[in-house]
Every structure is written in structure tokens, then in C-alpha cells.
Ligand binder design. Structure first.
Ligand code: SF4
Length: 325
């Protein structure tokens, strides 16, 4: 999701392009005011990915975004008070072949209830709310739906999405809300989204984290790569955890290698290991391995030793090898 003012069209386009370069395939943009939907329609023309308009309370914004070229709009039907307004949105989406993502989230369940809702009941209530919304759209003959049910808790996100996947046949969008700073969001997002995706549940994902959306995308892509759902396009660096056999500063060497790899644009698996005894075996599935000992390193390619290199020349020689991979 973009995080600059939508009316700042140049910055918004720039951010969409940054996200695409990071691996994003769909970008959501907030359109709270009429000026935003006007800008959204221009941004659609300037970027290469489908855009989703994020609607909060305004049926007018939903219809403007649909007419402005949104591939999909995301709304919580509970925030649109009039049934007629929902019908108008549905009719506009039908005529423009725009998908609609219906979002239900745990916070809105809590807000609807005057009493605190126990954890164990929240998933039931989210499912019941989703059923009502789906019915509303189906009664109007609309089936281009995407469903999403978000919580800020990994286990409840897993549970509610498992149940939605079992109850409905529509595509599912997965995500955790308010996941935190990137360092805090990474693990709960990987657990929740990774568990669901590994079970075949989920069609699109978003990792939510405070700050730069490129980092959100990088985390999401890492989750997909770990599950074998996305191929790596850049080098993968494997580093041994080090142990009592380590004779050099492996972490410092790994940082130098990582910096060198940032200039390399091809998928390959590079290992940095901290000893010349166990390192070669542990790195045997890498395309290239540096097994470093005291003052020198053995280079392995495809499991075969190809050179012995003095410590000070390791990175330089690595770049020569990479150019040849
Ligand atoms: S590669 Fe060598 S130094 Fe690194 S963890 Fe394994 S045994 Fe220890």
C-alpha cells in the first residue's frame, strides 16, 4: 500500500514503481477525498500494475475509483450505511468489471459490540459478518469478490482464514493488521501467512508494517520464496551460525560478501562458512561456497574445491567468480 499523499501524483507513481521493483504485483492506494480519486485515475494511467482503491466510508469515492480505472476496490460494507449505496457500488463495479474486496476485521467486530467480546467468539462473529456481506453481494448478482478477514493476532488470523476458506469459494486476501515495526511484523506475518499459504489458503498477501512499504514487500516476497511460491531473482546468502571451530570473523566477512552481492543481479546460492573442515559439507548445496579458516579461504564451486585464497582477497576473487557464474 502506498504511504504518500495520493494527490502527490509524482511521488505516488514513484512509490508504486519502487514497490513493483521490490516484487509487488498489486498496489493499494487510499482515496479518502474526491481529489484523491481524481489523482488515482491519473496514477492508473502512469503505472504498470493493477491498482486497488482503498475505500473507507464514502460510496461516492468507491464509484469514482471504479470509474477511474481501479482493478479492485477494498471496502468494509459495514461502513457503508445505506443499502442503496451498496447497490450503486455493486452496479458500477459490474459495469466496469471491477473486483471488490470485502474486508472484515476484528477491530470492527469489537466496535460493533457494546460488551467486550471474548477472543474465542471473535472468529465466529467475523465469519457471521462475512456471510451477511457475501449474501448482500450475491443477492445483487455480483460474484467478482475477494474476501479478507484480518486480526492483529497470528493464531486468530490463521483460524478465521481457515474457516473462511472452508465456507466460501472466493479468492482470499491474507494479512495481519497493525503488525508493528518491520522487525516486529516479520515473524508474526511469516507465521500467519506462511501457515495459510502452505495449506493452499490465500491468493494475495500483504505484510503490514509501519514505515517504508518497500520493506513490507520485501518481507512478503521472502515469505513467498521460503514457500517455493516465488523464485529468487537475486543471490541468496547462506552464512553458517559459527561455533567453537570458527577461526575468523565470519559475520564481518558475511557483511562484506553481502555488500558485494548487492551488485549482482542473478539468482544463485552463495555460502560463507566459518571453517574448512565441516564448511564444505554443510555448504554442498550452494552454487558457490567460501569456507574460511585462519588467514585463508577455500573456494568451492558445485561442491568441488577450485581455489585457496588469502583472507584479504576473498571478496575480490568472489566477484570474479560471480561474473563467471
Ligand atoms: S561451518 Fe564450521 S564453523 Fe561454521 S558452524 Fe559449521 S562447523 Fe562451525
Amino acid at each position: 500500500m502506498t504511504k504518500v499523499p495520493t494527490t502527490d501524483i509524482d511521488r505516488c507513481v514513484q512509490q508504486v514503481n519502487d514497490l513493483v521493483r521490490a516484487g509487488c504485483e498489486l498496489v493499494r492506494i487510499a482515496v479518502p477525498r474526491q481529489a484523491d480519486t481524481a489523482a488515482f485515475a491519473q496514477i492508473v494511467q502512469k503505472v504498470s500494475v493493477p491498482l486497488i482503491a482503498d475505500i473507507h466510508f464514502s460510496p461516492a469515492r468507491a464509484i469514482e475509483a471504479i470509474e477511474g480505472g481501479a482493478a479492485k476496490i477494498r471496502l468494509n460494507p459495514g461502513n457503508i450505511k445505506s443499502r442503496d449505496d451498496i447497490h450503486r457500488i455493486i452496479d458500477a463495479a459490474k459495469s466496469h468489471k471491477t473486483a471488490i474486496r470485502i474486508g472484515v476485521n476484528e477491530a470492527s467486530i469489537r466496535d460493533l459490540s457494546k460488551e467486550p467480546v471474548p477472543f474465542e467468539q471473535r472468529v465466529d462473529l467475523m465469519l457471521a459478518e462475512m456471510r451477511q456481506y457475501v449474501q448482500l453481494f450475491e443477492d445483487r448478482g455480483f460474484d467478482q469478490l475477494v474476501l479478507s478477514a484480518k486480526t492483529s493476532d497470528a493464531l486468530r488470523t490463521i483460524e478465521v482464514n481457515r474457516r473462511i476458506a472452508a465456507a466460501f469459494h472466493y479468492p482470499l486476501h491474507l494479512g495481519l493488521t497493525h503488525a508493528g515495526l518491520p522487525e516486529d511484523a516479520r515473524i508474526p506475518s511469516a507465521v500467519a501467512l506462511g501457515t495459510l499459504l502452505a495449506e493452499g489458503i490465500g491468493d494475495t498477501i500483504r505484510v503490514s508494517a509501519a514505515g517504508d512499504p518497500v520493506i513490507e514487500t520485501q518481507i512478503a516476497v521472502e515469505i513467498l520464496i521460503a514457500l517455493g511460491l516465488r523464485r529468487r531473482s537475486r543471490p541468496e546468502l547462506i552464512v553458517c551460525p559459527t561455533c567453537g571451530r570458527t577461526e575468523i570473523d565470519v559475520v564481518a566477512l558475511a557483511h562484506r560478501v553481502a555488500e558485494a552481492l548487492s551488485q549482482v543481479d542473478k539468482p544463485c546460492r552463495i555460502a560463507v562458512m566459518g571453517c574448512v573442515v565441516n564448511g564444505p559439507g554443510e555448504a554442498s548445496d550452494a552454487d558457490f561456497a567460501i569456507c574460511a579458516g585462519k588467514g585463508k579461504a577455500f573456494f568451492y564451486r558445485g561442491g568441488q574445491k577450485i581455489a585457496t585464497v588469502p583472507e584479504g582477497e576473498i571478496v575480490l576473487r568472489l566477484l570474479e567468480v560471480l561474473a563467471d557464474l
